[in-house]
Design a protein around this ligand. Structure first.
Ligand SMILES: Cc1cc2nc3c(=O)[nH]c(=O)nc-3n(C[C@H](O)[C@H](O)[C@H](O)COP(=O)(O)OP(=O)(O)OC[C@H]3O[C@@H](n4cnc5c(N)ncnc54)[C@H](O)[C@@H]3O)c2cc1C
Ligand SMILES: *[C@@H]1O[C@H](CO)[C@@H](O)[C@H](O)[C@H]1NC(C)=O
Ligand SMILES: *[C@@H]1O[C@H](CO)[C@@H](O)[C@H](O)[C@H]1NC(C)=O
Ligand SMILES: *[C@@H]1O[C@H](CO)[C@@H](O)[C@H](O)[C@H]1NC(C)=O
Ligand SMILES: *[C@@H]1O[C@H](CO)[C@@H](O)[C@H](O)[C@H]1NC(C)=O
Length: 666
């Protein structure tokens, strides 16, 4: 994952991941919580049966476990492959390690990530790179970049629209209006401080977007680099751009302020382990809650049964598990779930677990030697992520201070350190809090021809050959939804974060290309389970994504060449794209050679939607063709929303907990 850190020119992820980028270091200490009664160290301590077994103690999984156990009675086991790791390095932000944040690694940082390499990307000159996914109690919320925004209302309504003729069923539970109360419930919001409101014009609307008191904190940095404000102001001279006072109330289109998942009282990472497990009164103090870290669920225990209408279905009755370390037991330990099994293993591993258990596309399962119990082709299909490439400039006008000042000016550096030490403020507290999230109709006058191109596509044309007809039908439905979003002022297509620096990553928030997460033919789900799935983004497989990427660059260049930017920062382009026309073949070659197919937002692989359209889970998040089995994590997102995904993982975790309990807590 170090590559993810260092290649980000604006340091988007680097601050957050600085501490995690050291891939060495021995385990120094035993987890401080190891004494707690709720942590199991070995399988022998497990009960034979729990009400619920949750696979994955990540962002959504711990949220669900917290809610299900808050009555003090319902018994829940969370099985998590990662370690329970209280390393200071997970939560520390601020100045480089050693200064005020002695970097303590209870476990080596490499243990907090899966070690997965994507398959060679045909659309990217067969390039490969690592797939980012967190592997620790807290899941990806423990390793992410802490950008804590939400998508626009349309981004969530899109999941309902994609259900086509079945959308009334999905509209009962999903769509923005149903999710907003769960977004509100999922965090404790801290408005920007007065000085940042005055100096930078930071705005928020608590009433419209927040109000919850869950100890997952959402806050703004107390410091920003001043060049950022100049960029912000320059956007005021671009036609058609909104500046919503609050974006998290469904208006995440335009230029706006967004928070970070940082606890402002300590200026440390706020994440699922701290907010849904070890928090005061939280699961770690409940005797009805068990956490089994360092174990992998290798298979679901499924038995034939009848549903309420007398139809034959598969019933989930428990799980098989294997320890991460130590000798391989001769057979997998089994735990039963008297009520339900909830799969929350993230968008890479939830489809893998279903497939290993016999639920998935027949050909994929057969190739891996898995007995097909339920042919459900959507499992592992519809894989999506945002894509990004860089565009570099230099400012002709030097605006001081900037991040370079810290290196150049010893007096400034000393002051910065004093501010951090005294009050955790000043330059070391800087974090991205604003950016442009723009719809296609602002980016290019030819947006309607792109929309027409989408609608004119034969839905099967850019999909793998011989894809199941339900998946093609589902893709056709998604194409019409994407055409609607790319034609609308209510869905962002470009994401551009402002940091004050002059290097940018241009993110496409609504790619059309769809990939797969499929079992490797040598999968060992009947043994240790450590063979990773084949992860194929199929990036740029749909040519409309090339057109959209052209539009991102043309727009951005035009913006930087505009009067407002020239007067305030005087940008000039540098780097490999200089002289490359966005309309040229050379630009396409640049994309194939450099595009990153992931911004670490994997989604869509167990999509919400009707089976007829390739969906995997119904509006209750129950896996089609099964009972007592749900999926609840980013894999249920039918279309990846135009935002960083962790806030949605928390919100859908809250929503899932209500669906499971059959109550409305909001
Ligand atoms: C490096 C990185 C940077 C990111 N940056 C941002 C950002 O700045 N802002 C943002 O909003 N989002 C960001 N994201 C994305 C965001 O964090 C994720 O979308 C979100 O946390 C995913 O939540 P989840 O519940 O779906 O899965 P996760 O939180 O990943 O949880 C899944 C859990 O299941 C466990 N697991 C998997 N398989 C098994 C098994 N078989 N048995 C037991 N346990 C299993 C995993 O170890 C993991 O802990 C980033 C992600 C990464 C990896
Ligand atoms: C990751 O996997 C590769 C290939 O399987 C292996 O060579 C490498 O040592 C692994 N890296 C880590 C940090 O475990
Ligand atoms: C990518 O690999 C495939 C299969 O090995 C090969 O057919 C193709 O020519 C390669 N493409 C490029 C651009 O190298
Ligand atoms: C820290 O904050 C306190 C209280 O606001 C203030 O009095 C003090 O001057 C601050 N210290 C520094 C170094 O800014
Ligand atoms: C695009 O939006 C316009 C109005 O904003 C509408 O008239 C037109 O029908 C839309 N086109 C598509 C393909 O949705």
């Amino acid at each position: 994952m170090a590559s993810l850190v260092t290649r980000s020119p604006v340091g988007l992820l680097s601050t957050a991941l600085l501490a995690s980028s050291v891939l060495t270091g021995p385990a120094l200490a035993r987890p401080g919580h190891a004494q707690s009664a709720t942590i199991l160290k070995r399988q022998a301590e497990l009960r034979e049966e729990y009400d619920y077994v949750i696979v994955g103690g990540g962002t959504a999984g711990l949220t669900i476990a917290d809610r299900l156990t808050e009555d003090g009675e319902t018994t829940v086991l969370v099985v998590e492959y990662g370690y329970l790791d209280n390393s200071n390095a997970i939560t520390a932000i601020g100045p480089p390690s050693g200064e005020t944040n002695p970097e303590v690694h209870e476990m080596p940082s490499a243990t907090r990530y899966y070690n997965i390499t994507m398959v060679p990307q045909a659309g990217l000159n067969n390039r490969t790179r690592g797939v980012a996914a967190g592997c620790v109690v807290g899941g990806s919320s423990a390793v992410n970049g802490m950008i804590f925004d939400r998508g626009s209302a349309e981004d969530y309504d899109a999941w309902v629209w994609a259900a086509g003729d079945w959308q009334d069923d999905y509209a009962q539970e999903w769509g923005w209006d149903n999710l907003l109360p769960y977004f509100k419930k999922s965090v404790t919001f801290h408005p920007p401080d007065e000085r940042m409101q005055e100096e930078y014009g930071m705005t928020s609307d608590v009433e419209a977007a927040y109000g919850g008191d869950t100890p997952i904190h959402s806050s703004y940095a107390p410091f920003q680099w001043p060049a950022q404000k100049l960029m912000w102001d320059a956007f005021k001279s671009v036609d058609g751009i909104d500046f919503p006072v609050e974006a998290a109330d469904g208006h995440a289109v335009g230029v706006f302020w967004f928070p970070n998942s940082i606890d402002p009282s300590t200026r440390t990472r706020s994440y699922a382990q701290l907010g849904h497990y070890s928090n005061e009164g939280g699961p770690s103090e409940r005797t009805n809650f068990h956490l089994l870290p360092a174990h992998r669920v290798t298979q679901l225990l499924l038995e034939p049964a009848e549903d309420d209408d007398g139809e034959e279905v598969l019933e989930a009755v428990g799980v098989k598990l294997m320890p991460r370390d130590g000798d391989l037991p001769s057979s997998a330990h089994q735990v039963r779930a008297s009520k339900e099994v909830i799969v929350s293993a993230g968008a890479i591993h939830s489809p893998q677990l279903l497939q290993r258990s016999g639920i998935g596309p027949r050909d994929v399962l057969e190739a891996a030697g898995v007995d097909v119990k339920l042919h459900l082709p959507g499992v592992g299909w519809n894989f999506q992520d945002h894509t990004t490439y860089s565009a570099s400039f230099s400012w002709g006008i030097n605006v001081e201070p900037n991040s370079g000042t810290l290196q150049r000016d010893r007096e400034y550096a000393a002051l910065a350190m004093e501010l951090w030490r005294a009050n955790k403020t000043g330059p070391h507290a800087a974090y991205p809090n604003s950016g442009a999230f723009l719809p296609l109709n602002v980016l290019t006058p030819s947006f309607s021809s792109i929309v027409s191109d989408i609608l004119a596509q034969d839905p099967a044309e850019y999909l793998p050959a011989d894809l199941d007809p339900t998946l093609v039908a589902g893709h056709a439905s998604q194409l019409s939804v994407l055409a609607r979003q790319l034609n609308s002022s209510g869905s962002a297509v470009l994401e551009l974060l402002f940091t004050g620096a002059s290097s940018f990553t241009l993110i496409n928030l609504h790619p059309l290309s769809r990939g797969t997460v499929h079992l490797a033919p040598d999968d060992d789900g009947d043994a240790r389970g450590s063979v990773e799935p084949l992860v194929d983004y199929r990036a740029l497989s749909n040519p409309v994504d090339l057109e959209v990427n052209r539009a991102l660059l043309s727009f951005f260049r035009e913006f930087l060449a505009g009067e407002a930017m020239v007067e305030s920062l005087d940008p000039s382009e540098v780097g490999a794209l200089v002289g490359v026309d966005a309309a040229s073949d050379e630009f396409v070659e640049y994309l194939r050679a450099t595009l990153t197919p992931s911004v670490a937002h994997p989604s869509g692989t167990c999509a919400l939607g009707p089976r007829e359209l390739g969906g995997v889970v119904d509006p209750q998040l129950k896996v089609h063709g099964t009972r007592r089995l749900r999926v609840a994590d980013c894999s249920i997102m039918t279309l990846v929303p135009g935002t960083h995904t962790s806030s949605t993982a928390y919100a859908l975790g809250e929503k899932a907990a209500d669906l499971i309990r059959g109550i409305s807590s909001v």
